[in-house]
Design a protein around this ligand. Structure first.
Ligand SMILES: Cc1cc2nc3c(=O)[nH]c(=O)nc-3n(C[C@H](O)[C@H](O)[C@H](O)COP(=O)(O)OP(=O)(O)OC[C@H]3O[C@@H](n4cnc5c(N)ncnc54)[C@H](O)[C@@H]3O)c2cc1C
Length: 216
């Protein structure tokens, strides 16, 4: 979807550099978030600026994360400070004929806002169960569910996707016209995340569930 069809949701989410690569539509954002297991959460406190990688999942119009009640991530994010969340998928290395025209193909997203805690018990439980289902559809029904003590020690947070922007790059190199004759290989070295065969623990006594047998 061309960016012109979807305006940036705010001044700070309006892409200026390589603006043709900007995507502001919801579908692109959801696809990028749903393909991610990890996000990076940036925020500043009195010790400086931090950027913390952490597991994530999406439900509707929010991105969710969780952590220990005592951890800095949860404590700081619940103090009302501004956060910026990024997610990046690298799809390829783009080799141009000129060194300075090399690039990368990617899908990335940035989300700005303030995290809020999911405090209603039923919503917190639902969110954590969704997290388990994100890891493997059907997993929640197979595991010992979280108990009250585990839930009490865990903070679940979410950030609205209202102020978010995506940037994506696809295709080959953009060489300058005067470099096109150079005898240098040009093209793309594709990269991707690969699912590999599952590795069971030695003492495994359970039958192999379908989400494991079909993993790779
Ligand atoms: C895998 C990968 C490799 C990259 N390598 C380089 C590199 O080597 N050098 C380099 O300069 N840039 C690189 N970029 C692009 C980089 O992410 C920035 O887009 C670029 O540096 C311009 O940043 P800016 O703040 O000046 O842009 P501006 O256009 O001024 O940014 C305006 C707004 O656009 C949004 N925005 C900017 N970048 C992104 C993004 N990537 N994803 C989602 N929203 C965004 C933000 O909301 C930002 O506030 C890379 C991106 C990816 C994903």
């Amino acid at each position: 979807m061309p960016q012109s069809n979807h305006p940036a949701p705010s001044t700070r989410t309006r892409v200026k550099r390589s603006a043709d690569n900007a995507r502001y539509d919801t579908q692109t954002l959801h696809d990028i978030l749903d393909a991610a297991y990890v996000c990076h959460v940036a925020f500043a406190d009195d010790k400086g600026t931090h950027c913390i990688p952490t597991a994530c999942w999406r439900e509707g119009g929010h991105l969710y994360i969780h952590g220990s009640n005592g951890g800095r991530l949860c404590k700081q994010l619940l103090s009302g400070i501004q956060a910026c969340v990024t997610i990046t998928h690298i799809d390829g290395l783009v080799l141009a004929r000129a060194a300075f025209n090399h690039s990368m193909n990617y899908r990335s997203a940035m989300i700005y806002g303030v995290f809020e805690a999911v405090t209603i018990a039923s919503e917190k439980r639902y969110a954590m169960e969704n997290f388990m289902e994100k890891i493997a559809v059907g997993r929640q029904a197979d595991v010992r569910p979280g108990n009250d003590k585990e839930y009490a020690a865990t903070t679940v947070l979410r950030i609205s996707l209202d102020e978010a922007v995506c940037k994506t790059r696809t295709g080959g190199p953009n060489d300058d016209a005067e470099d096109l004759h150079l005898p240098t290989w040009a093209g793309v070295l594709p990269l991707g995340v690969q699912k590999l065969p599952a590795i069971a623990v030695d003492e495994n006594q359970a039958a192999t569930p379908r989400y494991v047998s079909t993993w790779a």
